[in-house]
Each structure stands twice: as structure tokens, then as C-alpha cells.
Ligand binder design. Structure first.
Ligand code: ZN
Length: 207
């Protein structure tokens, strides 16, 4: 998951500006890396930016055109979990310093920054599709975030069994009123509040 910017070769055609949703390759040619996604065998850009390929690793990425205004340690953001493993989760930041970002920015959450108390693995913290409120603890790429702090943690979460939005049961425990499973999360004090509009829109899109 580490940045591989150094190994990337810039496509210097100069005319490779793409829009969000533009098809930039097919899966037989490349694996989608940063700021792009795969759908039905095609690879599409998630942002306005320039296409960059790494033929050696068969990876393709899009580099957003505008660098984001200065991000600082301690900045508070809101984002959605896109991907996770035992030790880390990848988050797309949609909102930072009370402003919506036109282009989501990727960030990493490491298990050691999930909670003050010991947590065994990321499955006790969050799941893909959840929305988090967090603070920035590494302000240069790759960005790192932390859930340790007042009001930080999961704000909206979805059942891993049936996809329904989960309800708050007690701190760090959520329940599904649809299928009656309880599930652990590191909950924010703001749990259940869709703090930004996009949160609910995007959250529901995936279900
Ligand atoms: Zn459920």
C-alpha cells in the first residue's frame, strides 16, 4: 500500500487529462492503483487528473490535477473506508476542515491509531463502507489518520451480513435491527449523525 510514486513513469503525451468516470484502460492491460477503480473489466478515473502508468508493475493511476490545500497535522476530516486488512484500513477523505473536497484523498489508518485501548485487529474497528471522523496525523502523502480523540471514530456503519445501517447499542457496539447481529466498531460520540450530505448519499450507493 506504500506509495510507489518513484517507480511511476509519467505518460508525457500531455493530453491525458481525464474526468471522473472516464475509462482509462481495461483490466487486461493494467491494475487500478490510485484514484481509479475497476468496473466490468474497465478501469475508470475517480478524479479530474492525469493518467500515469507503471508498465513494469502493470499499474495505472490518476494523479489529481489540483494539489489539495495545505493539510496539517490535527486537521479533522470525514471519510469512508474503502478497503481494509487486519492492520490497516484505507480511507477516502471527502471532507476536511469543514470543507467538502471535490476530489477525495486517500489516507491510511493503522491499527495502533484506532483506539486508546488495545484492539486486536481492524475488524473490531471498522468495515468497508463505514464513515469515520478522524484527525490527520501525517500530513504528507501517504496521509495517515487517527481515531484517537474526542468525537473521533465510526459515525455511520453498515451491517456486514445484510447491509442495513447499524444502530447504536452502546459504546463500541452496534446492532442491526434487520438481522439482529451485533457488531463491534470504534464509535464516535457523533455516531448516527450524517455530518456531511455526501455521507448518506455515498453510504447508500454501496448498498
Ligand atoms: Zn444485518
Amino acid at each position: 500500500m506504500a506509495m510507489e510514486m518513484n517507480s511511476k513513469k509519467k505518460d508525457n503525451s500531455g493530453t491525458n487529462l481525464v474526468l471522473p468516470g472516464d475509462k482509462i484502460a481495461v483490466i487486461e492491460e493494467f491494475l487500478p492503483d490510485e484514484f481509479c477503480y475497476e468496473q466490468d473489466g474497465g478501469i475508470y478515473s475517480r478524479v479530474l487528473g492525469h493518467v500515469v502508468t507503471d508498465p513494469k508493475k502493470h499499474k495505472i493511476s490518476v494523479v489529481p490535477t489540483k494539489p489539495h490545500r495545505s493539510i496539517k497535522n490535527g486537521d479533522i476530516g470525514i471519510g469512508r473506508v474503502e478497503f481494509m486488512k487486519k492492520q490497516i484500513a484505507m480511507i477516502d477523505i471527502y471532507h476536511l476542515n469543514q470543507e467538502d473536497l471535490l476530489v477525495p484523498v486517500s489516507a491510511v489508518l493503522h491499527i495502533s491509531e484506532a483506539s486508546r485501548r488495545f484492539v486486536k485487529n481492524m475488524y473490531e474497528v471498522t468495515r468497508p463502507g463505514d464513515w469515520l471522523r478522524f484527525k490527520i496525523i501525517r500530513a504528507v502523502r501517504p496521509l495517515y489518520i487517527s481515531l484517537i480523540g474526542e468525537s473521533l471514530g465510526v459515525i455511520i456503519a453498515f451491517c456486514i451480513h445484510c447491509g442495513h445501517e447499524l444502530k447504536y447499542k452502546r459504546r463500541n457496539i452496534l446492532e442491526c435491527l434487520n438481522c439482529e447481529h451485533t457488531q463491534p466498531r470504534i464509535t464516535s460520540k457523533s455516531f448516527g449523525k450524517p455530518l456531511i450530505r455526501k455521507m448518506r448519499l455515498v453510504g447508500n450507493e454501496t448498498k
